[in-house]
Design a protein around this ligand. Structure first.
Ligand SMILES: [Zn+2]
Length: 285
């Protein structure tokens, strides 16, 4: 099983995680810029963070055979802090970098006017830099947050096919599906989605434009839940090809729209085991 985790915060994970992810079939990840967990005291704090997302972290991932890409943005939560907002002027410098495959995470946390402004400004950057956009949706008041998110996306003029709306669940899936945007689902140990609920959504809505991520960070989360979802799909009767589409080809197609998704030299050719008919990783587990 080859796996591309399209949303994971590796900065907050250990090398043990990289090791276990690689053993489970994770060959590529996208790490979106997000909040610090504690308040940042100045925009300069972002410079070091963004530099590590495009320098140190890809190096660390590479030691385990994992290809690492980033998305860069002022995240919704920190958009409310006047000390952080000047980072908007620093973004263009990073959106030019090869390791950056989208603008994100942007969107809403508490749906404040400050978030409105940062969200619209950064969708405009995505259009200007011809990058896809990764959009976070609020964990509270999900349906209303999602409706407003889609309205702002539509107003920005960005092509819906270049936007993923993330952290969806049974309440928001249909709204986003009808919008033409990509659908992101974060599989968590005890909140958001579980592998079983994800399988039900894939049954109901199919595999087109569906992205599954672990969104693992420094909270209680699990970077192997992408793999667990693939296994739950197989148990439920989905084919190896369905699993490969959701866990590999879909994220490759979505972030490939950046023109920067270099997966050359990665050992990820899908092959078929002549004895079992199962797809296997060339030289892998
Ligand atoms: Zn995130």
């Amino acid at each position: 099983m080859r796996i591309f985790d399209p949303h994971i915060h590796m900065t907050s994970r250990t090398t043990d995680d990289y090791e276990r992810m690689a053993a489970a079939g994770v060959r590529a990840v996208v790490e979106p810029a997000f909040w610090l967990g504690q308040p940042r005291t100045s925009a300069a704090s972002f410079t070091d963070y963004f530099d590590s997302l495009i320098g140190w972290e890809p190096f660390r991932a590479g030691q385990f055979g994992v290809r690492h890409f980033a998305t860069i943005a002022l995240n919704p939560k920190e958009a409310n802090d006047p000390r952080c907002r000047p980072v908007l002027d620093l973004l263009p410098r990073y959106l030019d970098k090869d390791a950056v495959v989208a603008v994100g995470e942007i969107g809403y946390d508490s749906m404040t006017p400050e978030e409105d402004e940062a969200f619209a400004a950064q969708l405009a950057l995505a259009v200007a830099y011809e990058l896809p956009a990764l959009v976070h949706t609020p964990h509270r008041d999900k349906a209303r947050g999602c409706e407003r998110t889609l309205a702002v996306v539509a107003e920005s003029g960005i092509d819906a096919g270049r936007v993923v709306v993330d952290h969806l669940n049974e309440v928001t899936v249909k709204l986003v599906r009808d919008s033409g945007c990509w659908l992101g689902f974060s599989i968590y140990p005890d909140t958001k989605m579980t592998p079983q609920r994800m399988v039900e959504l894939l049954r109901a809505y199919g595999t087109e434009r569906m992205l599954v991520n672990s969104a693992a960070d420094w909270g209680r989360s699990d970077p192997l839940l992408t793999r667990a979802t693939g296994e739950a799909m197989l148990l439920a009767g989905f084919s190896d090809d369905d699993v490969d589409k959701v866990l590999w080809r879909n994220p490759v197609e979505f972030y490939g729209q950046s023109g920067r998704l270099d997966l050359s030299d990665l050992d990820v050719a899908a092959a078929v085991d002549p004895q079992t008919g199962n797809s296997i990783l060339r030289g892998g587990s």
